[in-house]
Design a protein around this ligand. Structure first.
Ligand SMILES: [Zn+2]
Length: 399
């Protein structure tokens, strides 16, 4: 983070206030008309098939069928209307599909050609030249790794939004690592070092740790000392279909040589405005630009989708694991599990945390963050936390 600038703070507070209004509005609007299901499209092959359900408004879904391999997948979309029963031929793994309406929910039934599992489900807001919401269901044949896609770098493939193919190899968890700041934006300054360099070096160390395991597909929001607008980072996170988003930063208290030190972790929160404001205080640089990407109506809709309790829980679960693991590798700030509501803007469907690796204004922390051995130790610990998180993930199965 950087030292607070007054205009940034004012805007951030306005956003925080808006968030509260929007949340209250959503609660009050509970009885209003739901979304309409417009269209169902499919694409894929016998290993992985993507089903895209187009909607005119946002919706959330629930998996009604088994999470174990099955031939019948059923997903309910509560408060979604259909014009009449719909059905069609399948593609790839899906033999046929049908949609009916039961108890105010649209129910999508997929008949599969062989046993398969729902690998992931997520909602994409309007974008990519489409003005509709898309609820995406990925079905993958059980126990088989998805083949790599020839000629397409995994990073590129991950950025494809809802196109039937190419897909990222969905057997691997997709981790988006966001190295804070970059290019003309140095972030906070130490006596000898800059936040942007610490975050990029840490992102590379974490990427190496994760790729060595063979379990992850890593997407970096930046790979060089480049200025990447925060809105672009948000888009990358949302389009990568990430299973986890981790943003790396270095803290600053604005006074060189200050004794305040230690790592801390931010997650999103459903709690009130005061908490939000505190989060904004800590991260004015980061939040403000995320919150104001110049797409007001889209931002508002996203805001309404944000407080998904499950995503909050998942992020908190990961944050606790992360704190537990890094506590053995580096000093922690005393109250280290902080909440920051606006962070959800990053990726409403992706568990997201922000790790402040230490205070660049503290000599010990500054030295540690610039030290490759210390960095590797901390990022190994972050990798361990990610391993544990996904080992436990079955318990937090997506709804
Ligand atoms: Zn920062």
């Amino acid at each position: 983070m950087t030292i607070l600038r007054r205009p940034a703070f004012r805007i951030a507070l306005a956003v925080a206030a808006f968030l509260c209004v929007a949340t209250a509005g959503a609660a009050a609007a509970g009885g209003e008309a739901g979304a309409n299901l417009l269209k169902v499209r499919l694409g894929g092959d016998s290993h992985q098939t993507r089903v895209v359900i187009e909607l005119d408004k946002t919706a959330s879904g629930r998996l009604l069928s088994a999470e174990s391999p099955t031939r019948h997948v059923v997903v309910a979309l509560p408060h979604v209307d259909i014009a009449g029963e719909m059905a069609g031929q399948g593609d790839g793994l899906v033999k046929s599909w049908a949609v009916d309406e039961t108890a105010g929910a649209a129910r999508i039934r997929l008949e599969l050609r062989s046993d398969a599992v729902v690998a992931r489900r997520f909602l994409l807001p309007p974008g990519d030249g489409l003005n509709v919401y898309r609820y995406v269901v990925d079905v993958t044949s059980s126990g088989k790794a998805a083949p790599a896609i020839a000629g397409v770098a995994p990073e590129k493939a991950a950025l494809v939004s809802d196109a039937p193919l190419p897909l990222p190899p969905i057997s691997k968890k997709v981790i988006v690592i966001d190295a804070g700041h970059g290019g003309k934006d140095s972030g906070a300054l130490g006596s000898d070092t800059k936040e942007k360099d610490d975050t990029l070096a840490a992102a590379h160390a974490l990427r190496d740790r994760l790729e060595r395991s063979g379990h992850y597909q890593v997407v970096l929001t930046r790979d060089t000392d480049a200025f990447i607008p925060l809105a672009t980072r948000v888009q990358i996170a949302r389009r990568a279909n990430a299973d986890l988003f981790i943003s790396l930063h270095a803290d600053s208290i604005g006074i060189q040589g200050d004794a305040t030190r230690g790592a801390s972790v931010y997650t999103l929160s459903e709690r009130g405005a005061d908490r939000t404001a505190k989060g904004v205080f800590g991260h004015s640089d980061w939040f403000m630009n995320v919150a104001l990407p110049g797409e007001d109506s889209a931002t508002k809709r996203i805001l309404l989708d944000l407080t998904q309790r499950q995503n909050v829980n998942r992020s908190s679960t990961f944050a606790e694991l992360l704190l537990d693991r890094i506590s053995g590798a580096t000093a922690l700030l005393r109250r280290s599990h902080r909440d920051a509501n606006l962070m959800v803007l990053l990726a409403p469907d992706v568990p997201s945390v922000l790790l402040e690796m230490g205070f660049i204004t503290n000599p010990e922390d500054e030295r540690a963050m610039a030290d490759p051995d210390h960095r590797a130790k901390v990022m190994d610990a972050v990798g361990d936390a990610i391993d544990v998180y996904f080992t436990q993930e079955a318990r937090y199965a997506m709804r």
